[in-house]
Design a protein around this ligand. Structure first.
Ligand SMILES: [Zn+2]
Length: 511
């Protein structure tokens, strides 16, 4: 019997030796663990039992590579490490990848199959496409029927990537398969439908929400992928706030009453930031309640309520209900009408800490937006604790990023917005994205926040209440230490965390 050394923070070496050729490998593991990546890092994962993943690492690989494997398992999973010869591991991985079918191979099998044989490859095709998306860390999987083919794309870190094309003639079989999985009506191809299913593998539980929209070329299907056990709520610092912004946000969280607003377009990470702030303030001694449209992730110690048209719970009526539940902290998913803003501000004025989101581009845009929603300057000045505006940019993959000299235009932007002393420098290095097996060939891995934070100081409160013009308010904000989001972005470009192209995707750099 083999005795393995359990991995600890210090990676106690040497590990027990195991002969790669004799290992029995559970190939199901490669549904969630990318085999090409394992070839790059020299690791052969082989069994999963009792919350423990056993894996052999090449005797020539760096054992910190085990952390890369850790990304693909539940946070509570232990990894039992063995060591094996480099040649033995790569040979086994090659053998296994020959048995793992690609989407293209299954599609050609479907092409050749007669109607009786077609069901099994269709099932395998769906399976392969879904697990590919899970391995790629996709958040959404799109099936888009065109005239002669169906395009499959997936969204990774907020950006769509084309994955495959499948001949249209097979689309009805595939879409039926998805509908059966998601508990939908397969006979109905003309309506908007919603459904869901979940899959559990090696303690990793994944939730799939399916939405169907009939288009002129057939049913368009989007599957949202939610990693319930893998995604954890990051601390505010881990989200990517710079030091000044982080300190301001933490000070805002310490104020027991008033409104904290987060602004930005859809997909800018507003809710994640609010979740992290709620995590910061929640505890056994206070009551945190949220009203969301809908609740996507459950949080400990937070009573979460979903907006529901059927049950007659909208934001305004929901807040009224929440206020009768003795809350200390309330999260209102979004303030989008006068009624919600009125009840939200009433809550903020009566001793509650209220978090919410607003649809506008920057912190100064929030002031006119609030007056559109019926909030007077006087009410805003006394009751808004602060406003955060943010975007998400993709973080460069550390394994494949390359550096280059900034262009003339980029140098001008750096000189205009950055506080560093770049005037004398004739060349500055910036990074560009590449692509490798570590990042599913996207060049990026994860995202970071770029933000501007405006905490209402006494002087700012006075100016706002006194109906000061915007330029005066901005001047005071800068005097208090405020800086624009673009500066934060450019500093992250200069720190080689992201690229100018990525910044241009979320911000207008031409202004
Ligand atoms: Zn990479």
């Amino acid at each position: 019997m083999l005795k393995a050394v359990k991995i600890s923070e210090e990676y106690p070496a040497p590990y027990e030796y195991i002969d790669a050729a004799s290992i029995e490998v559970n190939t199901d593991l490669f549904r969630t663990i990318p085999i090409d990546l394992m070839k790059t890092v020299g690791i052969l994962p082989f069994t999963y039992k009792d919350k423990t993943l056993s894996a052999a690492i090449s005797d020539e690989a760096d054992d910190s590579n085990i952390d890369i494997l850790r990304r693909y398992v539940d946070a509570k999973t232990d990894i039992q490490v063995f060591v094996s010869s480099k040649a033995g591991i790569s040979q086994r991985l090659e053998q296994i990848s020959e048995d793992i079918l690609t989407v293209d191979a299954i599609v050609s099998e479907i092409e050749k199959a007669n109607t009786k044989q077609i069901e099994s490859p269709i099932i395998r095709l769906m399976d392969t496409i879904i697990w590919d998306a899970v391995r790629d860390r996709s958040s959404d999987l799109h099936f888009e029927p065109e005239r002669s083919y169906v395009r499959v794309r997936s969204r990774i870190d907020g950006v769509l990537h084309q994955k495959y094309t499948i001949p249209s003639k097979h689309w009805s079989l595939i879409s039926n398969r998805i509908k059966i999985f998601a508990g939908m009506d397969i006979a109905d191809t003309m309506s908007i439908q919603e459904g869901r299913f979940d899959l559990k593998i090696n303690d990793l539980s994944i939730d799939f929400r399916v939405a169907i929209m009939p288009t002129v070329s057939g049913e368009n299907i989007v599957i949202r992928i939610l990693h319930k056990s893998r995604d954890k709520f990051e601390s505010l610092a881990a989200l990517g706030f710079n030091d000044f912004a982080l300190q301001e946000v933490l000070k805002m969280c310490q104020r027991p009453e008033g409104m904290i607003l987060v602004t930005g377009p859809t997909g800018s990470g507003k809710t994640t930031t609010i979740y992290s702030m709620m995590k910061q303030v929640s505890g056994i001694s206070n009551n945190v309640m949220s009203l969301e449209d809908p609740v996507e992730y459950s949080m400990d110690l937070v009573r979460q309520i979903s907006i529901s048209e059927e049950k007659g719970i909208d934001f305004a009526s929901g807040v009224r209900g929440l206020l009768r539940q003795d809350p200390d902290v309330i999260f209102i998913g979004e303030i989008r009408d006068r009624e919600t803003s009125a009840v939200g501000f009433r809550a903020a004025m009566t001793g509650h800490q209220v978090f919410s989101t607003l649809h506008c581009n920057d912190v100064f845009g929030a002031l006119p937006r609030l007056s559109d929603l019926g909030v007077s300057r006087e009410t805003a000045s006394g009751n808004v604790i602060g406003i955060i505006a943010q975007r998400l940019v993709r973080r460069l993959c550390p394994y494949c990023k390359e550096t280059r000299d900034a262009s003339h235009q980029e140098l001008q932007l750096i000189r205009k917005h950055s506080s560093g002393n770049f005037r004398e420098k004739s060349s500055i290095s910036v990074a560009s994205a590449n692509g490798c097996s570590m990042c599913s060939n996207t060049g990026f891995s994860g995202r970071t926040v770029i933000a501007e934070v405006l905490r209402f100081s006494h002087r700012l409160d006075e100016l706002i209440a006194g109906n000061a013009v915007l330029s005066e308010i901005k001047e005071q904000a800068h005097a208090d230490g405020f800086s624009f989001m673009i500066k934060d972005g450019i500093e992250k470009v200069l720190a080689l965390e992201t690229t100018f192209e990525e910044l241009g995707r979320v911000l207008d750099l031409t202004r």
